[in-house]
Structures are given as structure tokens and as C-alpha cells.
Design a protein around this ligand. Sequence first.
Ligand SMILES: Nc1ncnc2c1ncn2[C@@H]1O[C@H](COP(=O)(O)OP(=O)(O)OP(=O)(O)O)[C@@H](O)[C@H]1O
Length: 586
Amino acid sequence: MKELQYLNKYFAKYKFQFLLGIFITIVAQIFSLFTPELIKDSINSVLSTAQDGSIHPEKVKGMLTNNLLLILATTLIGGILTFFMRQTLIVMSRHVEFDLKNEVFRQYENLSPSFYKKNRTGDLMNRISEDVGRVRQYVGPAIMYALNTVISFAVITTHMFTISPKLTFYTLLPLPILAYSIFWISQQINKRSTLYQQNLSKLSSFTQEMFSGIRIVKAYSLEKQKQDDFTELSRDSVAKNLSLAKVNALFGPFMILLIGISNLVVIYVGGMMYINGNIAEIGIIAQFVIYINRLTWPVASLGWISSMVQEAEASQKRINEFLKIQPDIQNNNPTHTPVLGQIAFNNVTFTYEDTNITALKNVSFTVNKGETLAILGRTGSGKSTILSLISRLYDVDKGKITVDNENVEDLNLYDLRNSIGFVPQDAFLFSDTISNNIKFGKEEASHDEIVAVAQKSMVHNNIIGFNKQYETILGERGITLSGGQKQRVSIARAMIKDAPILLLDDCLSAVDTETEEAILNNLLEFCKDKTTIIVSHRVSSAKNADKIIILEDGEILQQGTHNQLINQQGYYKELYLKQLSEKELQ
Ligand SMILES: Nc1ncnc2c1ncn2[C@@H]1O[C@H](COP(=O)(O)OP(=O)(O)OP(=O)(O)O)[C@@H](O)[C@H]1O
């Protein structure tokens, strides 16, 4: 239960519902005592009339009608109270589930990219859905049934003891066996259902990947092979489901068997006691049969509850492991720090922890506010790493990065990131409208602003060609944009943010040279007062920059302006001549 103590703060938060739930459960159980008592009285009076006529039949009739109405009324009240018990305790568990899901999601958002590399998406999804779901089972049904069991057991057995301690003892005798058996069956059910769930997530990951890669599957005629793989997985799923169904099927008959045995014990022992004169009225036997039936479900649910608590404990342990992780990147400055845009790298060295690749070695450069820096270099030379470090997706190992002469680690993290418009290499768009995807950079942007940035990033004409124009849904539920269109929507998103720093990571690679030229011209105007860093493989993207850096294996190989670099032997000049001749060929 150690891990589940984490949830105590939520019990404190919802203490009103919790205490009210306990109160209602107690009252409901007290009401449940009346029906067996009334049945006992009815049987006793009928028997007295039949045996010795001690009560007048007309009087018995009146008594029976009275008792019947009372039974109806107490049952109705009991039902209403049970409804309110669920309304308070189960509704409370739904609130806790909502809060916990939000807490886990907030933590996910705070964690650094390195965390996401160490954990698989399926695992992260499970924490927020299945694990939180199991914890809710503890907060809701487990606690509700546990309360119900304890209260009904206390109320009913106390009442039974006042009637006959000996009969009570025999009546309760089979109950521990019942509780243990149900515990065993519940554990079997849980084990098998976990295996089944694991298989189901394999199956859904497989199908999901198939849907994403359907074009490759078709292009390589892999349909048959994939179908066989799917059949294999499904077969496994069926086997696991059947094994679960077998144990599930045991549950019902087992309950009925044990209830039957308990009833027999009550009737046999009660009968013997009546014959020997140890109990005064035969109606007590009927009363005890009803009590034992009332107790069976709460006692049986003890086994079920303890297995639910075990599961919740394991799930909460996994959730706690995540919640306790401190994000690698911390905001070290809670005060507001406005950013103007001068960026400097001073002997920066950076190694990716997981791959141990030193992506940058002693890199130094400065970009003044309003200047443009272009970074070129072979693939894997460390260009994107420079952009990630400016946004503090990672912190440097050696050296220092400053923005406006302040170490980035001492700036307010949210102000720093808010002052950066970033266009990543793989333009990621959400499954939402084009307009919302652009507005992601500025929530309150007007339609005119959206159109203006779409025009500057040369995607407006494509958008108005779609039936629903800016309201066109992208992604799974809508249309698929071409690689170049995606890149341009992603540029529009960064532009609308109108931040003092603009980082463009090879974001024109999928557009033709003419469109590239037009976008670059627009960017020239747009970036007049912004600090811009363009990562590219093309000289055309770099030639207008104030400074150009050539990276090789994480080190700066060359730096200067376009004119300086084309007059030096080296990577830039070679690239320039190669791309010039390619252009002439076109
Ligand atoms: N998240 C990461 N975790 C571990 N290693 C990484 C990570 N990102 C990049 N690397 C490694 O760091 C080196 C530099 O990568 P980087 O992405 O900065 O290169 P790049 O110059 O931007 O390449 P490209 O032009 O292909 O985009 C590469 O060897 C790469 O394998």
C-alpha cells in the first residue's frame, strides 16, 4: 500500500464526498436489516396460526400486508441509498482519475527529449490510460466494496449474534473459504487478462504501423506476408482470450456452489437447534438464510478487492516512477527575462548521452541581433544539434551558450522558448485544420494574419485550391499535404509567432528552387530585425546570410560571408560550383 499513499492527497481533496459516501453506506446497511426481521416475524405468525391458532387469521392477514408494505419501503430506501453511495464514491473516483491523468500528462510535457528516447510510446500511453484506470478501480469500486463489506459485516453479524451466537458461528464458517477461493480466481483472471492485454497492444501496434506504412506495404507487395503475421498474432490473441474465458466461467458456478453450501449449513444447524429447543422461533432460520445471502457477496468481494488493490499498487508504482523523474532541463529563473536576440556559442562541446556521439566540439560563433547565420555541412555534422541547444532541448557539457550575453541556463526557460520561432527538419502538423495548425504559433491570430503568413511562405495558393481552404483538416482524418506544402505551413506557423529569434532547420529541402527563392526573398524582409539561423544543404539558402559556418564532424571547418567563402578552397566553394552547374543543367 506504500505506493498508493500517493493518492492520499486526492482523498483529502475530495474528503466531503468520501465521508458522505461512508455515512450513506452505514445507513444503507442498517436499512438492509429490516427485511429479514420482517420475514422472520411473518413466518412465525403464520406458523403460530397454523399450529395452535394462537393468532386470529384476520390479524395475521393484516400483519402480512403491513410487513409486505414495510419490506417494499425499506427495499426502496435501500435502493435509493445504494444509488447515492455510488454517486458519491464512484463519482469521486472519476474526479481522481481526471486529476491524475492531468498530472501525468503535465509531467510528460515537462520531461526532456532524452526521456522520450528511453521510453516507448506504447508504454507512455499505458501509464496514462491503463495504469490510471487500474488506480481508479482502487479509488472507486475497491474502496466502495471494502467499505460495504466492513460495514455490512459489522452490522449484520452483530445483529445475528444478538439472536443466536452458536448459529452465527456455524453460518459464518464457510465464508473464509469463499473469500480465499474468490481471491485465487481473481488473481488467475488478472494474470490471464494482463497477458491478453499485452497481446492486444502488440496487435494494435502492429495494425497501427501497417496503416502508417500502407504505401510501402503495397509498393513492395508485402500484403500476403503482413496478413500471415497478423493471423499469427490474432491466433495468439484467441488462445489467451480462451484461457481467460475459462477462468471467468468458473467464477459464477463457484459462487453459487459456496452460497448453496452456506445455506445448507444454516438450514441443517438451525433445524437441529430448533428441534433441540436451542432457538425459540423457526422464522430465525429463514432470517439467517437471508443474512447469509446478504453477506456472501461482500465477503466474496474481499478476494476481488485485494486483487484489485494489488493491481492498483503495481500501476501506481509505475506512475510514481514517472512522476518522480526530475526533467533534465529545469527552469532556473522564475523571473521574467525578455529576450532581444543576440546569440553566442563559446567553445561549446556536446555529447548525446544515449549514443555517446560527440555532436559538437569546441564550437564558437556569434550572431548579433537582426543578423542571419547560415549553417551548412555534411549530413550528421551537428547542424540540428546547434538549434536544439539554443532552444535548451539539451544543456551543453562544456563551454557556454549566451543569449543577450546571459547564459541560456540562467534565462527564464519559457521566455527563452517563447522568443524562438522554430521550423524543424521534419515538419510536424497536427490532425487539425490548416488554420489551427498555423495558429499554433499564435493562439489569438486573426484570419488576415494567417493569410498574410501563408502568402509569405508561398503556401496560400495551394490552400485556397482545397475545397475547405483554411478549414481543411490535415492528417489522419483529412488530406495529406505534400512534403513541400507541409514545410511551408510549418514556416507560416513560425512566422506568425513573430518571435525575435527564428531557427530554420533545413526547412526548404522539399520545395523547388524557384519557390525557395521566393520564400527566401520574403524571409529577407520578414527577418530584417530578427536573429535568424538557417540550416541548409543548399548554397542558395545561405548566400544572402550575414555569416556562413561550415561544420564537419561537429567542428567549424570554415566561416565567413558568401563572397569570402567562394574565394576560398573548401567545402563551400565545391558545393557552390556543384550546385551552379546543376542549375545550369536545369
Ligand atoms: N537525439 C539524438 N540522440 C543521439 N544522437 C543524436 C541525436 N540527434 C543527433 N544525434 C547524432 O549527433 C550527430 C549530429 O546530428 P545532427 O542531427 O546535429 O546532424 P545534422 O548536421 O543536422 O544532420 P542532417 O543534415 O542529416 O540533418 C549525428 O551523428 C547523429 O547521429
